[in-house]
Design a protein around this ligand. Structure first.
Ligand SMILES: Cc1cc2nc3c(=O)[nH]c(=O)nc-3n(C[C@H](O)[C@H](O)[C@H](O)COP(=O)(O)OP(=O)(O)OC[C@H]3O[C@@H](n4cnc5c(N)ncnc54)[C@H](O)[C@@H]3O)c2cc1C
Length: 327
């Protein structure tokens, strides 16, 4: 069994990462658990190449750059990482809690900060044969590496904001872009749709991907017209799938916390109904809750400070200003 830490952060998204930094600044030992193999949460997994405009002090910042900065900031106090594993069970013990993960690790902790976002999430797949074979070899869910699409012929599947944002974003990088959508109506913002149309992006409407072709890498797709059932084969380099993602709080639902509409209820200290277990960021709910990074990181700082005073009743709630500290 691993050593007991002062606080375990469940979810290494932006809110959890800032919570880890703040706990380190308060002299607490920290462990971060994340089911994804990479830290950064939604920023890295869902929209790494999009600009974020509402971070204090950053007129604009790419989501992946923001995530990397938060990772670097958290590393100042060397949190222990348990990534690529899902926190599955929480059991009360004499000195806090014992968390077990999907890889069978037993991780003791004095307090817990749940910053699990929408829960462990996975992208919705197209659902055609050979899809597994081509993941990372021509098929991506969203775009993780824009540079890899330079000069490529790219089909983007989907009719929502993500699909259209990527069509705009890849313009000038990909050599050819087409949007493949099963209907002729889009969920994306009208203005974005207009901009994409003005760029001359091809629209393949009432079409669904029904076959994938290639040997080591995706080389072509067959599209079937959902009205006429006619099929056509298109040679392409890359299929960027943007048809949403599934997420679920999964095992967290069985921990005894009060859950309303997939979010964990917290009090004014961001504490759940379990003593010493806090919930912050997208995963928590309270009157006036905003699902924003800017507000989530504040919730994390408060939760960590309350946790500190629980572990050490002599500790002050307010640690003072970082600019006055020797860090
Ligand atoms: C397309 C898009 C654009 C956005 N743009 C903005 C914007 O401009 N400004 C803004 O403020 N917000 C924006 N948001 C919202 C913002 O990304 C979220 O508010 C933010 O990511 C929430 O951070 P979090 O740390 O609470 O959760 P998340 O980022 O969701 O991270 C949660 C992490 O917890 C992990 N996890 C879940 N369950 C478990 C478990 N049981 N065990 C281990 N790990 C687990 C997940 O794998 C994930 O990595 C945007 C969101 C999207 C989808």
């Amino acid at each position: 069994m691993k050593e007991r830490v002062d606080v375990t952060i469940i979810g290494g998204g932006p809110v959890g990462l800032f919570g880890a930094f703040y706990a380190g600044m308060r002299g607490m030992s920290v462990r971060i658990i994340d089911s994804l193999p990479e830290l950064g949460g939604q920023l890295m997994a869902l929209y790494p190449e999009k600009f974020v405009y509402d971070m204090p002090g950053f007129p604009e910042v790419l989501a992946k750059d923001l995530a990397n900065a938060l990772i670097k900031q958290s590393e100042r106090f060397s949190p222990e990482l348990a990534i690529g594993q899902t926190a599955e069970t929480l059991t009360k013990d004499d000195d806090g809690y014992l968390i077990t993960t999907s890889t069978g690790e037993q991780l003791p902790t004095r307090t817990v900060v749940v910053s699990a976002g929408n829960g462990a999430f996975s992208p919705t797949r197209v659902g055609v044969e050979r899809e597994d074979e081509f993941v990372g070899k021509g098929i991506t869910y969203g775009v993780q590496n824009k540079a890899a699409l330079t000069g490529k012929k790219v089909f983007i599947v989907g009719g929502g904001d993500s699909a259209f944002d990527w069509a705009l974003n890849l313009h000038g990088t990909a050599s050819e872009i087409a949007i493949v959508h099963r209907r002729d109506e889009f969920r994306a913002h009208e203005e974005t749709v207009k901009q994409v149309k003005e760029l001359g992006v091809e629209f393949l409407l009432w079409k669904q991907v029904t076959e994938l072709h290639g040997s080591d890498h995706l080389e072509a797709v067959t599209l079937t017209d959902s009205q006429t059932k006619e099929t056509a084969r298109y040679e392409i380099d890359s299929l960027v799938v943007n048809i949403g993602f599934k997420s679920s709080l999964g095992p967290l639902k069985d921990w005894g916390m009060t859950i309303t509409k997939n979010q964990i209820e917290v009090d004014e200290h961001y504490q759940t109904c379990l003593p010493g277990v806090f919930a912050v960021g997208d995963v928590c709910t309270f009157d006036g809750k905003l699902k924003l990074i800017a507000t989530g990181v504040g919730e994390a700082a408060t939760a960590v400070c309350i946790a500190k005073t629980m572990i050490d009743p002599n500790a002050k709630l307010f640690p003072g200003h970082s600019s006055d500290m020797k860090i």
